[in-house]
Write a protein of this length. Structure first.
Length: 426
């Protein structure tokens, strides 16, 4: 009986796959809009492009792009109260997006990233970030029609977060349908209003060590608040917020549950030049030894205009801000020494370069040069790779994006403009 059920399951799965494949082919060939349950999925899956091939010898995964059609059930996700665990998020995704046809997994991560804001001589506000990790496939995810009351967005997704094998390319229809879950796992992004956000490891917890992370995830439990996980928080910021203040207000009304058994902090910035670092810490007397209860943490916001920066920036006209992988709020009391701060050397390098010209840099290419200098392959000869580097122009609403530290390779850099809606290789 068990074998018969297994055989029937395989036959049904194959039949559904073939049917969907036929529908996609017909829609692509004849330009038919398929008004059915799978309409948005089919349109989004059909848009997937393989932009860059993997290079296993150089520890580089593939690069894809996808134009997401529709609202991917985010309004329903919010109405239902979000998710307090990765498992709850997976259940929502599989029941609503993939229709239960496959299992989506959220991979664990140990990412060491860098970011900063800067100003150009033309007063354009830039938000630049590196995503440091190891070989993985990524998908540039563009949400062009999210629905009423929501904003268009550009974001980058590590496909490991949706269960795509890091050691192979997308294979078959089911892998592609799984990519429809990508909007729920952005690592950074910008929306059409010029609001940008990004996620970074913070390495919090009593057993934290630079070599053996031992981190404790934030896991708030206020019964009066709905819940979201790390990446879904970023998605909600991109879709529902136009300014840093709106984002902070939204975030303050939710419980945060860090994803992937890791601890994170976040940075957001908007077109006005305002930015903030968001961290969840013990309410008082924060130290690494007292920060071992993820449920006891509260949100602390450090704005780029706060007093902590006044002496560091030496009276610069632009209130630039920067971040790597250690707790910035009250960091003098949180750590015994600078040696305990993950990414302290990168933090200092970025600061030195920004401080030299009071936070003003020539353009997006100059911002990329700073990111290049602190990339995994360059910085101290470190292992792994900077999976992607991106500079968001929050004023012009444009993007400059590079994969796998191929800064000087023709065709490996992509630009995007919300005005034209075009992703172009340069």
């Amino acid at each position: 009986m068990a074998k018969l059920k297994e055989l029937w399951s395989k036959l049904w799965f194959r039949a559904v796959s073939i049917t969907l494949a036929v529908i996609i082919v017909i829609a692509a060939v004849f330009g038919i809009t398929v008004g059915c349950l799978w309409g948005d999925v089919i349109s989004s899956v059909s848009s997937i492009k393989h932009l860059q091939a993997r290079n296993d010898a150089n520890e580089e995964g593939s690069v894809y792009s996808m134009n997401v059609k529709g609202g991917f059930y985010l309004d329903k996700f919010v109405k239902n109260g979000g998710a307090s665990t990765d498992s709850e998020l997976i259940n929502f995704i599989t029941s609503n997006i993939t229709k239960g046809l496959m299992k989506v997994e959220i991979g664990e991560s140990d990412v060491n990233c860098s970011a900063f804001t800067a100003l150009t001589p033309e007063n354009d506000v830039l938000f630049a970030r590196n995503y440091d990790f190891a070989k993985t496939n990524v998908c540039i995810t563009i949400c062009n029609s999210p629905g009423k009351g929501r904003y268009k967005s550009f974001s980058t997704v590590d496909m490991n977060y949706i269960g795509i094998d890091t050691e192979s390319d997308l294979s078959g229809l089911m892998d592609k349908i799984t990519c429809f879950a990508a909007p729920y796992t952005p690592l950074d992004g910008m929306n059409e209003m010029g609001l940008s956000c990004a996620i970074f490891m913070s390495y919090q917890g009593e057993n934290y060590d630079l070599n053996e992370s031992g981190t404790v995830a934030t896991d708030q439990n206020d019964p009066n608040k709905p819940d979201f996980t790390s990446t879904t928080m970023q998605r909600m910021i991109l879709d529902y917020c136009a300014t840093v203040d709106e984002a902070v207000e939204l975030i303050s009304s939710y419980n945060l549950h860090d994803s992937a058994k890791s601890s994170f902090h976040y940075m957001i910035a908007d077109a006005s030049g305002k930015s903030a670092i968001l961290e969840w810490l013990p309410e008082e007397n924060a130290t690494d030894k007292s920060d071992n209860d993820g449920s006891a943490r509260v949100l602390k916001v450090l704005y780029n205009t706060d007093d902590m920066y006044s002496g560091l920036r030496g009276g610069a006209d632009f209130d630039y801000q920067w971040i790597t992988n250690f707790v910035v709020n009250d960091h003098k009391n949180y750590y015994e020494s600078n040696d305990d701060k993950a990414g302290w050397d990168r933090y200092q390098y970025i600061y030195d370069n920004l401080n030299e010209n009071n936070g003003v840099i020539e353009d997006e290419i100059a911002a990329m040069q700073i990111l290049k200098a602190v990339g995994r392959r360059t910085w101290n000869g470190g292992g792994g790779v900077t999976v992607h580097s991106v500079v968001y122009n929050l004023t012009d609403k444009t993007v400059r994006w590079v994969a796998n530290e191929n800064f000087d390779k023709p065709g490996a850099t992509y630009t995007y403009s919300f005005k034209t809606g075009k992703l172009t290789a340069v």
